[in-house]
Design a protein around this ligand. Structure first.
Ligand code: PEP
Ligand code: MN
Length: 361
């Protein structure tokens, strides 16, 4: 007899579970509709006041056997799940999201592919200082089979009294060296009004860490068709980083590459803290190629090789580093740039690690 009662009660429980499921999903659909309206109004999805009102009203009607505390807890979980659903949906709609595009974006830089599984190196001086300096580095890159050359002509310096870069003249020097040695020019642009001028000389527009949330600059980079290397802000979360990339991609420039360059923490023995976890996370969350700048993240010459290996092992599509013919007299970042012989040793050691793929050399 009691067996029969138990079976009957269980049957009722199963039915209630299904009813709860239907109600929960009905609720989720309503929340989604509200979310759509809020999105159009540009209002934040999470509304703590409204959540408090709903919880108070529910608890007022609570007749037990659950106590009020438990009821609050249970409904908070339901509210949170609905909010998470909206966030997931928002992520799906981001153009830079892996959920929107499953396959990797591969950026074609005059035949050098970035993001196709074979890592690339970007190397060159912090700042363009002279024709001689850039040509010396360019020659070494050519010898090493490194095609991407960096060099800053517009330098965002902490002190206004420090060297600010050669401006357009610096871009011209980079272009001449790149044409001579068949290299790709990567250079930072800081002014939205300079994008079109820059396109005459550079193959990749770099947006620096300090400008990751310069939204007018991002919009300007989105309206040209030159590929962009976007660096992570000094204290930007990965989410903010991807939103910054979205600014560019949503304007029609889909050729965006991300660059982790270290974030600010309390640690003093490195210039910044290299966030290796950003590499696999950004690769999972987004289809854009991911670089790691081992120079600005560490600010130290002695750990470049292990950090480059770690970045590649974590799935980075490329490594950036600063190389100067005579770092001691460099006009910026003199302490962290490496000289040409050290760069050649670095390349040899990195290739020996087998993390660079099957590159011919
Ligand atoms: C740079 O790469 O030249 C540079 C200034 O780096 P960041 O913007 O990452 O500080
Ligand atoms: Mn630098």
């Amino acid at each position: 007899m009691s067996e029969h009662v138990l079976a009957e009660l269980r049957k009722q429980l199963d039915e209630l579970n299904l009813q709860l499921l239907t109600l929960l999903n009905q609720r989720a659909k309503l929340v989604r509709e509200i979310g759509e309206i809020k999105k159009k109004q540009g209002v934040n999805k999470f509304d703590p006041e409204r959540e408090k009102d709903m919880l108070d009203r529910i608890v007022k009607h609570n007749e037990g056997p659950f106590d009020d505390h438990t009821v609050r807890y249970l409904f908070k979980q339901i509210f949170k799940a609905s909010l998470d659903l909206q966030i997931e949906e928002q992520k799906k709609t981001l153009l830079v999201s892996r959920k929107k595009q499953a396959e990797n974006t591969v950026v074609d830089l005059k035949g050098t592919l970035v993001g196709n599984g074979t890592p690339v190196i970007v190397a060159g001086p912090c700042s363009v200082e002279s024709e001689e300096q850039v040509f010396a580095v360019a020659r070494s890159l050519k010898e090493q089979g490194v095609r991407l050359m960096r060099g800053g002509a517009f330098k965002p310096r902490t002190s206004p009294y420090d060297f600010q870069g050669l401006g357009e003249e610096g871009l011209k020097i980079l272009r001449r060296a790149a044409d001579e040695y068949d290299l790709i020019v990567v250079s930072e642009i800081v002014n939205p009004g300079d994008m079109e001028m820059a396109e005459q000389y550079v193959d990749v527009i770099q947006i620096g860490a300090r400008n990751m949330q310069n939204f007018e600059l991002l919009k300007a980079a989105g309206s040209v068709r030159t590929p962009v290397l976007l660096k992570r802000g000094l204290s930007a979360t990965m989410e903010e980083f991807l939103f910054a990339a979205e600014y560019i991609v949503s304007r029609g420039n889909t050729q965006v590459m991300l660059c982790e360059r270290g974030i600010r923490t309390y640690e003093k023995w490195t210039r910044n803290t290299l966030d290796i976890s950003a590499v696999p996370i950004l690769k999972n969350e987004s289809h854009l190629p991911v670089f790691v700048d081992i120079t600005h993240s560490t600010g130290r010459r002695d750990i470049l090789l292990p950090c480059a290996k770690a970045a590649l092992a974590a799935g980075a599509d490329g490594i950036m580093l600063e190389v100067h013919p005579n770092p001691a007299v460099a006009l910026s970042d003199a302490k962290q740039q490496i000289d040409i012989p050290s760069f050649e040793t670095f390349m040899k050691d990195l290739r020996a690690s087998n993390l660079m793929g099957n590159q011919e050399r």
